[in-house]
Unconditional design. Structure first.
Length: 275
């Protein structure tokens, strides 16, 4: 049975690959992006299936207006995919206040407001599915991506909580966690001027690895989009969908290390209860 999807951040990468696959299989898609002309060719090929709207997710009133319009005009939206985002690439001391605000307003506040704007409509229609694109960087961290990781760890906490709040309304969530993906992610990095003090630190090492191509972007956005399409039909919805062999290995190692550290602290934790 054909379904209707809403996809934010659909101009490129995984978001665009997902839109293309959905249209090809006959689904309807409400796609939002900052420059709708980026999907003109798809609109010409699928005029009856593709609904387009301009949206910058840092504009909360626009989020509410566009999402209300999408639900009103399309009648029902079965799956919401919150995909808009980018990475601020610099040591915490290097980035500017304005860059921090933009990173958090796009990746975190924008994602929160997209979900909040959709919830009343999903409740009223009797349920739905939300796929929030996070990152392997929502469960581990690299130097030089501190503000990007802040946004991803935070959106994961938000989704973990709100999923419990709306479960009685048959609204389910999955956090999608891609590893480094062969998209324009690297080219889209926002980088402040580097400070010489960080040249010979882990932050400088990561900066050089990205510049040289050593920081490999091996994930296939088409295959990742297909995995997202499949997980939207899974019941019950898994809390997380990790994408990429390297991502699996790194997250597995990070969680194993954290669990071991937690277990080493068991005695201290238990000793702090009131007598």
């Amino acid at each position: 049975m054909n379904t209707t999807w809403l996809v934010t951040g659909s101009s490129s990468g995984i978001g665009k690959a997902l839109v293309e696959q959905l249209l090809e299989r006959g689904d309807r898609v409400a796609a939002t992006l900052r420059k709708p002309e980026a999907l003109d060719e798809l609109k010409a090929r699928y005029p009856g299936q593709l609904w387009l709207a301009q949206l910058d997710v840092t504009d909360t009133p626009a989020i509410r207006r566009v999402i209300e319009q999408a639900f009103t005009e399309l009648g029902r939206i079965d799956v919401v995919v919150s995909c808009a985002g980018y990475a601020l690439f610099g040591a915490a001391e290097e980035v500017s206040d304005e860059q921090i605000d933009q990173q958090l307003h796009t990746n975190l506040v924008g994602s929160i407001q997209v979900i909040r704007a959709c919830l009343p409509f999903l409740r009223e229609q009797g349920g739905g599915r939300v796929l929030q694109v996070s990152s392997e960087g929502g469960q581990l961290a690299y130097p030089n991506f501190s503000l990007y990781h802040t946004s991803k760890w935070a959106i994961e906490g938000f989704v973990e909580s709100v999923a419990q709040e709306v479960a009685p309304f048959d609204i389910e969530f999955t956090l999608v966690e891609p590893g480094p993906t062969h998209t324009n992610f690297g080219a889209a990095l926002v980088s402040p001027p580097p400070m010489a003090a960080y040249e010979h630190t882990p932050a400088g090492d990561v900066r050089r690895a990205v510049a040289s191509g050593e920081f490999a972007m091996t994930g296939d956005p088409v295959k990742m989009a297909k995995a997202m399409l499949d997980v939207a039909a899974a019941s019950p919805a898994p809390k997380r969908l990790l994408l990429g062999s390297g991502a699996y290995e790194r997250v597995h190692a990070a969680l194993t290390e954290r669990l071991a550290a937690l277990e080493r602290q068991q005695a201290v934790a238990l000793s702090t209860e009131m007598d």
